[in-house]
Ligand binder design. Structure first.
Ligand SMILES: *Cc1c(COP(=O)(O)O)cnc(C)c1O
Length: 372
C-alpha cells in the first residue's frame, strides 16, 4: 500500500460498540475487573497503557516499518527514556548538526549520572569510525540535520555502529516517514517529536520511539516509559493520530512550496546561502537522491550580514510568524542562534524556515518585499 492509504488504514479504528467512525477518546485512567478479578482487555491503568496511546503507537510502528512503537509526552521525554535505558560508563556518539535539546540533555542531565558523549560531524565517516569506542551504545543521527540540513549516510553509519556493537537512533522529526524510513536503512530506533509534522497543527506536545525489533533493550525502554510516566494524554494521542491521517498530503503541499521558496531565495542578492535538500547545489545532493524520497519543507538561509541584519529582515515579514518550532500548517521563521543561546555554534546570520500551507506566491512576495 502507498503511504497515504497506509496512514488512513493505520489510524482508522471504528468503535465496535457504537459504530462511531472516528475512535472515541478514552479519558479513563483505570479499567474495571470482573467478579473473578480479570480484566476484559489489555488495559489496567493509563500510565501503563491506554487505547488511544496504543492506537497511536501501533500506527507509528506501521508507518515507520518497526516492530514496536512507544508514545511519550514530548520528543524530549522520548529521548530521555532512551538515555535512561543506558548505564553509567556508557558512551553516546552524536552529530554536530543536531537538535540542541539532545546534547543539552546529555550534558546537563546524563553527564552527571555517568554517561559520556562525543560530538562528531556525521558526514566524516573516518571521524565517526575513530569516535566509536568499546562502551559506545548509541550512535545518534539526525538527518536532515538541525539547523544546517546536512545529510547523514544512514546505511553506512549504521554499519559502522553495528560493527562497534552500538545501535543507531535516527531523529526522523524533520523528515517523517514520508521522506525516509530509517529502519529500512538499518537504523534500530526512530525518534519523533510528534509536536511537529505528525500532529501538524502546532497544538499538541508529544514524542515517540519506533523500534525495529522487540528485544531486551526495547522492553527496558517500555518499562521506563510506564514506570517513569512521561506519557502523553489520551487527547494528545488522539490529536497525533488525527494528524497522521493528513501527513502525506500536508507534506507534499508544504514541500512543493518549500522548493519554490528555496529556489527564490537561492541566488537572491541579499542572501549568502540557502540550505535545502531539494537544491542541486546541496553538497550531499547525490546521497539525498539515494536516501530520501523527497527533500522536505524545512530550510535555512544565511543572509548577507550579521544577526542584526537577519533580525531586521524578518521584522518586516507579514505572512511568516516569528516563532520557534516547525511542522505546522502556518509558516514560521526564527533566528536560530537567539533561540539556542550564547553557547550556540549556529551561524549568527542564519534563519530557519518551516514552510506551511499558505500559497507559495504569497510567501514569496512577503519574502521579496522584506528583502527589499
Ligand atoms: C522539537 C524537536 C525535538 C524535541 O521535541 P519536543 O516535542 O519539543 O520535546 C527533538 N528533535 C527535533 C529534530 C525537534 O525538532
Amino acid at each position: 500500500m502507498h503511504f497515504d492509504t497506509l496512514a488512513l488504514r493505520a489510524t482508522h479504528q471504528p468503535d465496535s460498540v457504537t459504530g462511531a467512525v472516528v475512535s472515541p477518546i478514552h479519558l479513563s485512567t483505570t479499567f474495571a475487573r470482573d467478579e473473578h478479578h480479570n480484566l476484559p482487555g489489555p488495559y489496567i491503568y493509563t500510565r501503563a497503557n491506554n487505547p488511544n496511546r496504543e492506537a497511536l503507537e501501533q500506527a507509528l510502528a506501521t508507518l515507520e516499518g518497526g516492530a514496536v512503537g512507544m508514545a511519550f509526552a514530548s520528543g524530549q521525554a522520548a529521548t530521555m527514556a532512551l538515555f535512561q535505558a543506558l548505564r553509567p560508563g556508557d558512551h553516546v556518539l552524536l552529530g554536530t548538526d543536531a537538535y540542541y535539546g539532545t546534547p543539552a540533555l546529555l550534558e546537563q542531565v546524563f553527564h552527571p549520572w555517568g554517561l559520556t558523549y562525543t560530538r562528531v560531524d556525521m558526514r566524516d565517516l573516518d571521524a565517526v569510525q575513530a569516535s566509536l569506542h568499546e562502551n559506545t551504545r548509541i550512535v545518534w543521527c539526525e538527518t536532515p540535520g538541525n539547523p544546517m540540513l546536512t545529510i547523514t549516510d544512514l546505511l553506512t553509519v549504521s554499519r559502522l555502529a553495528h560493527e562497534a556493537g552500538a545501535i543507531t537512533v535516527c531523529d526522523n522529526t524533520w523528515a517523517t516517514p514520508v521522506l525516509q524510513r530509517p529502519l529500512d536503512l538499518n537504523c534500530d530506533v526512530v525518534l519523533h517529536s510528534t509536536t511537529k509534522y505528525i500532529s501538524g497543527h502546532s497544538d499538541m506536545l508529544g514524542g515517540a520511539l519506533v523500534f525495529k525489533r522487540d528485544n531486551d533493550f526495547t522492553q527496558r525502554v517500555r518499562a521506563i516509559q510506564s514506570l517513569s510516566g512521561g506519557v502523553p494524554s489520551p487527547f494528545d494521542c488522539w490529536l497525533a493520530s488525527r494528524g497522521l491521517k493528513t501527513l502525506g498530503v500536508r507534506m507534499r503541499a508544504q514541500m512543493a512550496t518549500a522548493q519554490a521558496v528555496a529556489e527564490f531565495l537561492n541566488g537572491h542578492p541579499a542572501i549568502e546561502q540557502v540550505h535545502y535538500p531539494g537544491l542541486k547545489t546541496h553538497p550531499d545532493y547525490a546521497l539525498i537522491q539515494q536516501q530520501m524520497n523527497e527533500p522536505g519543507a524545512m530550510l535555512s538561509v544565511q543572509v548577507k550580514g550579521d544577526a542584526a541584519d537577519a533580525i531586521r529582515f524578518i521584522s518586516k515579514l507579514h505572512i511568516f510568524t516569528r516563532a520557534t518550532s516547525l511542522g505546522g500548517v502556518e509558516s514560521l521563521i526564527e533566528h536560530r542562534a537567539s533561540v539556542e543561546g550564547p553557547n550556540t555554534k549556529t551561524p549568527q546570520n542564519l534563519l530557519r524556515l518551516s514552510i506551511g500551507l499558505e500559497h507559495a506566491e504569497d510567501l514569496i512576495s512577503d519574502l521579496a518585499r522584506a528583502l527589499g
